[in-house]
Design a protein around this ligand. Structure first.
Ligand code: AHG
Ligand code: MN
Ligand code: MN
Length: 341
């Protein structure tokens, strides 16, 4: 099916159903799953928008599995997505940033579910209380274990190349859901007047080159020499080509990634002295965005291999990340390997 500009304005659910014929394995289950993620996103969006009015801002005093303070909205978003995915019946289990262990849905309908989901329910938590864009990132895999049983850890520890759907929601100046099932990247903007996500960005392509670099500059001195040299290259105009990059970093991966996707750029979170594997999580931050960026014509790498080819060993593992426009990611990898002193 030609998902052209003719579909602009189409509501998410209708678009998903029309595109179902794109996958040979489609039976409607994945479509229903994506629709349920859209519903949960609308509920989270509603709470994000009124966060200052009700008692939902702030820290709940619990440190999550990543050693980070859980915010009330983190916990709220986590429970909304769990509830929606349990109710849809297509999902047998979830791995979430907010939960140490995998969650198996123990009811007849869900045990029969064909899919598992890895999710960062609220990305950019440190920005919640200060009104900067935050997001949700998710990844969907077909289970390996037999349907009808509880899922096990092997259903989750699949490489990113096995994803069947991946996406993110950005709660920003407008709220958007962006996803791929392997035939392009589709972006939907929430129209608050009708409460629907409508197709606004058809077949998103990331510019092959870009002028934005996004990195936590405060970590500069604890990066490897090659990374420092790449940042130096970004900071200072090249005397020959006069390339002049600009720095943009919000501290919300989704927001930084989304901007770079539309404008062209690179986001990097390399290893630091403190976080020797970087900070970002492979299963529910890096893999979904890696598939999206590759579908859009960009690259995602950990400095050595494609993010999606990493064989996971635990659901919360971290990885260094270099993601964005092809030429900038290639340039970063070149500096990493050739400018070590
Ligand atoms: P989360 O809120 O899900 O824990 O993720 C925060 C992540 C990511 O969104 C962001 O890019 C990164 O942390 C920022 O880290 P620094 O504050 O170390 O730059
Ligand atoms: Mn996150
Ligand atoms: Mn999070």
């Amino acid at each position: 099916m030609n998902m052209s500009k003719a579909y602009l304005g189409m509501p998410l659910n209708e678009f998903i159903i029309r595109c179902q014929a794109d996958f040979d394995y489609a039976t409607g289950e994945l479509s229903r799953l994506l629709s349920h993620i859209g519903i949960a996103a609308k509920i989270v969006n509603r709470e994000v928008n009124k966060a200052g009015l009700v008692d939902i801002l702030g820290d709940i005093g619990i440190i999550n599995t990543q050693g980070e303070h859980q915010q009330k909205l983190d916990v709220f978003a986590d429970s909304q997505f769990i509830q929606a995915l349990r109710a849809c019946g297509e999902v047998c289990g979830i791995a979430s940033e907010e939960n140490n262990e995998i969650i198996s849905f123990d009811n007849d309908l869900s045990r029969d579910g064909k899919y598992i989901v890895c999710i960062d329910p609220l990305d950019g938590s440190s920005n919640i209380d200060v009104n900067v864009s935050i997001g949700t990132i998710f990844s969907v895999y077909k289970r390996i274990s037999t349907r009808g049983q509880k899922p096990n850890i092997d259903d989750f520890l699949q490489p990113g190349t096995a994803q069947v759907a991946a996406g993110y929601i950005i709660y920003g100046s407008s709220t958007m859901m962006v996803y791929t099932t392997g035939s392009g990247v589709h972006g939907f903007t929430l129209d608050p007047s009708i409460g629907e996500f409508c197709l606004s960005h058809s077949k998103i392509k990331i510019p092959a080159d870009g002028s934005i670099y996004s990195v936590n500059d405060g970590n500069y001195h604890s990066f490897a020499k090659g990374v420092q040299h790449f940042i130096d290259y970004c900071r200072f105009p090249d005397p020959v080509s006069k390339i002049n990059l600009t720095a943009r970093y919000t501290g919300s991966l989704v927001a930084d990634f989304h901007r770079n996707m539309l404008r062209g750029g690179i986001f990097l979170y390399p290893a630091t002295d403190k976080n020797i594997n970087g900070k970002l999580r492979l299963m529910y931050e890096c893999n979904p965005l890696a598939w999206i960026v590759e579908e859009a014509g960009g690259l995602a790498n950990n400095g050595n291999i494609r993010i999606m080819e990493i064989k996971p060993t635990s659901i919360h593992q971290r990885t260094p990340l270099f993601i964005g426009s092809q030429s900038l990611v290639e340039k970063a990898i070149y500096f990493l390997h050739n400018k070590q002193s």
